[in-house]
Design a protein around this ligand. Structure first.
Ligand code: PLP
Length: 350
């Protein structure tokens, strides 16, 4: 009821409009959350609770842990979950989805693009299958938003998750698109914030940052898609040529323009990362250190990538801020790192 508060509300509403604009939604279809993980949890739990007669869940084996762990929990609570696999290029089999989705299916949750390989899933085709069975469709678009064009007006998606830090907004803010008319019960209950759909005081500064990031992403998307892809392809081509026994993980075409996942056989991904980090090169490894033992990535395992290759995988993520000089720097320095590590490798492959 006071001018000061009104100004803050206006800033949040503007940000809501900018997020909606980037994904072709109405402002009233967007709620702000704390992160992509919260958006995923909120959407899947709301969809799962929407109709108790439809408790079957369909998801994939290559989801982010934000979806994976929740679906495992739903399964442990006694509900059926169908896990869709991928082929050697990380692509989903639509026939398998068609067979899995049934009358008792309440929610199908599929990522738009994979966070490790960048592989883009056929969301439109999957949407048709989901809708013909009368189920709810959740899409984790955390990796896709701002990198490829998305339009909720021309899609069958009921819930779409996104996260600020994947498109240069501050960390610790996300959003969830909920199609108008879709059932939704809040994940976080409390005050009436976010139209009664997410209790708790809004993180106003980060929300405003997310709005600004969405505005910039929308403005630069077409141009950056091409520029970043050209840089990514140049990096990939050079590394695959210069480093023997290197292989690309993921479909070569149906991928986000900014992601490249390469396996360097006979070396540990973590060792490569450490040496690159010493030169100021930031990348990530496909494998995660779980309870002291090095587990290869669940995504690469689902693709059937051999153990030795999965362990030596490195994911490169380019962005609007990546320059040609930076790419050339990696092309110059990474192949000698691989060579040195192979000379030291107990697998004896030099
Ligand atoms: N989904 C995907 C595909 C992601 O890549 C990530 C984060 O890396 C998340 C969900 C989780 O988002 P957040 O880190 O904002 O919780």
């Amino acid at each position: 009821m006071h001018t000061f508060g009104g100004g803050v509300k206006k800033a949040v509403d503007e940000a809501r409009g900018l997020v909606a604009g980037l994904v072709g939604a109405e402002p009233g279809e967007i709620i702000f959350t704390g992160c992509g993980t919260e958006s995923d949890n909120a959407a899947i739990l709301a969809a799962h609770a929407a109709d108790p007669r439809r408790s079957h869940v369909v998801t994939t084996r290559v989801e982010h842990p934000a979806v994976l762990a929740l679906c495992i929990k739903i399964e442990k609570n006694g509900h059926r979950v169908s896990w869709i696999g991928v082929d050697a290029q990380g692509m989903l089999d639509l026939e398998e989805i068609r067979r899995a989705v049934r009358d008792c299916t309440g929610v199908v949750s599929v990522m738009w693009a994979n966070n490790e390989t960048g592989v883009v899933f056929p969301v439109e085709e999957i949407g048709k299958i989901v809708k013909s069975a009368g189920a709810c469709f959740h899409v984790d678009a955390v990796q896709a938003v701002g990198k490829i064009p998305l339009d909720m007006r021309r899609s069958a998606v009921d819930y779409l998750s996104l996260s600020g830090h994947k498109l240069h907004a501050p960390k610790g803010v996300g959003a969830l698109y909920i199609r108008k008319g879709t059932k939704f019960s809040p994940f976080i209950v409390g005050g009436h914030q976010e139209m009664g759909r997410r209790g708790g005081t809004e993180n106003v500064a980060s929300i405003v940052g997310l709005g600004a990031a969405c505005l910039l992403a929308a403005k630069n998307l077409a141009e950056e898609q091409t520029r970043v892809k050209t840089l990514r392809d140049r990096l990939e081509k050079a590394l695959l040529e210069k480093a023997p026994d290197a292989r690309l993980n993921g479909h070569p075409e149906r991928r986000l323009p900014n992601t490249s996942n390469i396996s360097f056989e006979y070396v540990e991904g973590e060792a490569i990362l450490l040496r690159m980090n010493a030169l100021g090169i930031c990348a990530s490894s496909g494998s995660a250190c779980t309870s002291g033992s090095l587990e290869p990535s669940h995504v690469l395992r689902a693709m059937g990538v051999p153990y030795t290759a999965a362990h030596g995988s490195v994911r490169f993520s380019l962005s609007r801020y990546t320059t040609e000089e930076e790419v050339d720097f990696v092309i110059e320095h990474l192949p000698p790192i691989i060579r040195t590590l192979r000379e030291l490798s107990p697998f004896g492959r030099a």
